[in-house]
Design a protein around this ligand. Structure first.
Ligand code: WQD
Length: 340
């Protein structure tokens, strides 16, 4: 059984990916410093899959700890690297914190696992900025990032391209996520935002449960059908399965190159107002919202062309916007009844 290291494996996307790796027959090892997640997630994962994954708590910026771990785990065949800071707004206020953490962790991993390894990198559609063409394909030029967070994703991809070019034993797949939302069908794992959620869907569910006030729609004067901004929302379980597909692709030797990048979205755009209506119709909950000014740094619309993922990863999304909203709401109610 192949053993996969999941860094950031107690986080939102990481925990769902641990579940899907197990379901696909992989053994999983997690490294997480718990700076943005709860160790209780390990119990929740165990409740879903019946086993508690091997877990190591340390900071991937600690080069000695990363080297010691790699030396003791020479049976790891793949790495899925989630561990990184990802708050766009915070990255503007604290750029050095983001550059140091997101690059030191990546470089330490690549240097410590300097042997045959399959490496999945958690990238983002933010690398496109506001694309010139929609739906956006992987061939779209990468634009100057609008935040240090987005810049860390762009530069990390470049580090991987240039390292893979001179490291035949390193296979890399970069997955450019669109907007991950929703939760596992058991409602035992989901998104655990710390503080006031910046992202739309967790703010919606916290508003619906009474934890937050009315939702502010950041702008309804965009050049879109209903004036609100459009994004490609993808169910986190579908996103998790894309990581398993990426590992399988690198294990199958069907790729002509040892660096590939894929858009991971639904291929469909939804506006903020459409998301609000979808939440209300799929949960029966009435939302209070108001229209406010645009949010600094937001783009007008983006949604992915996912042809390449479908053809080469043999993967496509299966869960629709109603299941995204329903599962997000079930998770919010679970967390209220079982606070971590
Ligand atoms: C979605 C839409 C907001 C909150 C972010 C990261 C990106 C990626 C996905 C990691 C926008 C609007 C939001 C609210 C609103 N993460 N909105 N009221 O900004 O598209 O992308 O998450 O890879 O890197 O930047 O997601 O959920 O913050 O916003 O109207 O209270 O909802 O303006 O149009 P975003 P989001």
């Amino acid at each position: 059984m192949s053993k996969i290291l999941v860094t950031g494996g107690t986080g939102y996307i990481g925990s769902h990916t641990v579940v899907e790796l197990h379901n696909a027959g992989y053994e999983v090892v997690i490294i997480d410093d718990l700076s943005n997640s709860s160790i209780k997630i390990l119990d929740q994962i165990e409740a879903i899959i019946g086993v508690k994954p091997e877990f190591h708590q340390f900071d991937l910026c600690d080069v000695q700890k990363v080297n010691d771990f790699a030396a003791k785990h020479n049976d790891i065949t793949g790495i899925i690297h989630f561990a990184a800071f990802k708050a766009v707004g915070e990255s503007v206020q604290k750029p050095l914190k983001y550059y140091k953490n997101n690059f030191f962790s990546l470089i330490n991993l690549l240097e410590a696992f300097n042997r045959k390894i399959n490496f999945v990198f958690s990238s983002s559609c933010t690398v496109y900025g506001q694309p010139d063409n929609l739906p956006v394909t992987e061939a779209e030029k990468v634009k100057q990032a609008e935040s240090p967070y987005g810049n860390t994703k762009q530069i990390a991809e470049e580090i991987l391209v240039e390292t893979a070019a001179v490291t035949p034993d390193l296979n890399v797949v970069a997955l450019r996520y669109f907007n991950p939302v929703g939760a596992h069908e058991t409602a035992l794992i989901g998104e655990l935002p710390i503080g006031v959620p910046a992202n739309l869907v967790p703010f919606i569910t916290q508003s619906a449960i009474g934890k937050r006030s009315a939702i502010t729609v950041y702008g309804n004067d965009y050049n879109t059908p209903d004036g609100s901004a459009i994004r490609d929302y993808i169910h986190v379980v579908d996103l998790a399965k894309a990581h398993v597909a990426a590992i399988k692709r690198m294990e199958s030797t069907s790729a002509e190159t040892n660096y590939e990048v894929f858009n991971i979205g639904t291929g469909k755009g939804s506006s903020v107002l459409e998301i609000i209506k979808a939440f209300e119709s799929s949960t029966g909950e009435k939302l209070n919202y108001q229209i406010g000014p645009r949010r600094e740094g937001d783009i007008e619309q983006i949604y992915g062309d996912v042809t390449k993922s479908k053809e080469l990863l043999n993967w496509q999304t299966e869960l629709d916007i109603n299941e995204m909203m329903r599962s997000a709401w079930e998770w919010e109610k679970y967390i209220k009844a079982n606070p971590f």
